[in-house]
Design a protein around this ligand. Structure first.
Ligand code: KIV
Ligand code: ZN
Length: 508
């Protein structure tokens, strides 16, 4: 069973979710290490940022195939081929809408012209790349005769993978199973292609529909880490993979994904995008392996299988979460990082170790989650132009609340003091004094990494400037310091965005 991860393309199309090149590379490397078969790295024609990211992922990733998305035009396909030039195993993924609704209103094309575009685009792409995937957008609302005709022609024109998207998350498992079975029965050359599925989650059925399709003969599933994606998202990779692993008795298909890396990938994607995972989310939610009720705890102590259908270790969670304290040395810290799956350069380890020591001084028990948050925080910002140095806040019921902030801007130290409507407002006002900008705050979110009053805070700040949104993250045992770090991180990302030209943003 092939796993096609589209976190970097469809996932990045989630409103408010954007990743810079460095972040995309980080995610791509984790996906490669996890054993994902195909990584869809972006939509090269959409912007220079997307093109650069696909090019960088293509040049870096060696063990996975790298795909770039293209509409059914020569310009799109040329751009995708250009971005994928350095890939060890490139794939052009081209698509066009085939449902009556999309053809009439979105494309304003007659079915004959759409069919011709399928043949032309796939043949054109195939001349540039040996591996071509074709998708009929809004496939689940496409008339069956027309769908069969387009699929047959796409295969004849050279597509090796036929991906059936449930673009609007409309189908239901039984219906989708029947659709895939229908294609297998009616398209004469279907055995020459791999059938893939791409399910959106508007009705919460993305994973169920994908698995129903697998049972009908699909052999590639398109999915994203944490299920991020357009609107309600895509089928969640961790759910698809763990369902196949856990219910191998009912679905005897094997993926190459190292499930022990699921937690790390999930955490990285949520730290980068600022999309935190709901506590009761399957597989990667904070409560997914927590047993609260006395009856459950009692059963678990007698035999874990009473209430646990998969082990925490199988998704990369360790049972003993208490890790270290202030007496732990650099060597122990380094081993812990390795155990958690981090491969860092020496200077990154040193930076993270300094932060760890500060944290261990302030907090008695340091847990795996603390270390993960701290490393994400330290590693995600080594190219930043704006840097947090220190913060002193006066707050409480007798205002005014004030913040004294020290920062470095392009290596130059600077300081400011500001008052505000509360300590967070005062902190953000101090940042704005030092680095004036027009961006508006869209989201401010605080999440406790572990339990207890000394837990580290992980803060997400979303800023919007001229239609561009970025998410910044910060972690610290002091919520206000974490807030300042998150705001500064978001400003750094805006600076990167400003430097890039994004002529048109489009979605698929
Ligand atoms: O949802 C969709 O239809 C897509 C296609 C481009 C595959 O993302
Ligand atoms: Zn999609």
């Amino acid at each position: 069973m092939l796993i096609f991860d589209t976190t970097l393309r469809d996932g990045e199309q989630s409103p408010g979710c954007s990743m810079n090149l460095e972040e995309k590379l980080q995610v791509a490397l984790v996906l490669e290490e996890m054993g994902v078969d195909i990584i869809e790295a972006g939509f090269p024609i959409a912007s220079k940022g997307d093109f650069d990211a696909v090019q960088a992922v293509a040049a870096t990733v060696k063990a996975a195939r790298v795909a770039g998305l293209a509409r059914a035009t020569r310009r799109d396909i040329d751009r995708a081929a250009e971005a994928l030039k350095g890939a060890a195993a490139p794939r052009i993924h081209t698509f066009i809408s085939t449902s009556p609704l999309h053809m009439k209103f979105k494309l304003q094309m007659e079915p004959e012209a759409v069919h011709q575009a399928v043949v032309d685009s796939v043949s054109y792409a195939r001349n540039l790349c040996d591996d071509v995937e074709w998708s009929p957008e809004d496939g689940t609302r496409t008339e069956h005769d027309f769908l069969c005709r387009c699929v047959e022609s796409a295969i004849k024109a050279g597509a090796g993978t036929i991906n059936i998207p449930d673009t609007v998350g409309y189908t239901i498992p039984e219906e989708f199973h029947a659709l895939i079975a229908m294609l297998k029965n009616r398209v004469p050359n279907i055995d020459k292609a791999v059938i893939s599925v791409h399910c959106h989650n508007d009705l919460g059925l993305g994973v169920a529909n994908s698995l129903a399709a697998v049972q009908a003969g699909a052999r590639q599933v398109e999915c994203t880490v944490n299920g991020i994606g357009e609107r309600a998202g895509n089928a969640a990779m961790e759910e698809v993979v763990m369902a196949l692993r856990t219910r191998h008795d009912a679905m005897p298909y094997v993926t190459g994904v190292k499930t022990e890396m699921i937690t790390k990938a999930s955490h990285l994607v949520s730290a980068i995008t600022g999309f935190s995972v709901q506590p009761n989310k399957a597989i990667v939610g904070a409560n997914a392996f927590a047993h609260e009720s006395g009856i459950h705890q009692d059963g678990m102590l007698k035999n874990a299988e009473t209430y646990e259908i998969m082990t925490p270790e199988s998704v990369g969670l360790s049972r003993s979460k208490l890790v270290m304290g202030k007496h732990s040395g650099r060597h122990a810290f380094k081993s812990k990082l390795e155990e958690l799956g981090f491969t860092l350069a020496e200077n990154e380890i040193q930076g993270a170790f300094v932060r760890f020591k500060d944290l261990a001084d302030a907090k008695k028990d340091v847990y795996d989650e603390d270390i993960i948050a701290l490393v994400d925080d330290a590693v995600l910002r080594h190219n930043d132009r704006l840097r947090f140095v220190s913060l002193q806040v006066v707050c409480g019921s007798k205002g005014p609340q004030t913040a004294e902030l020290e920062m470095e801007i392009d290596g130059r130290p600077c300081a400011a003091k500001a008052a505000g409507n509360g300590p967070v407002d005062a902190t953000f006002a101090a940042i704005s004094q030092l680095f004036p900008h027009e961006a508006s705050l869209q989201l401010y979110q605080v999440h406790a990494v572990t339990q207890g009053t000394d837990a580290q805070a992980e803060v997400t700040v979303r800023l919007e400037e001229a239609g561009k949104t970025v998410n910044g993250q910060g972690a610290d045992h002091d919520t206000l310091v974490a807030s300042a770090r998150a705001y500064i991180n978001a400003l750094n990302k805006l600076l990167v965005k400003r430097e890039k030209t994004a002529p048109s943003v489009m979605s698929a």
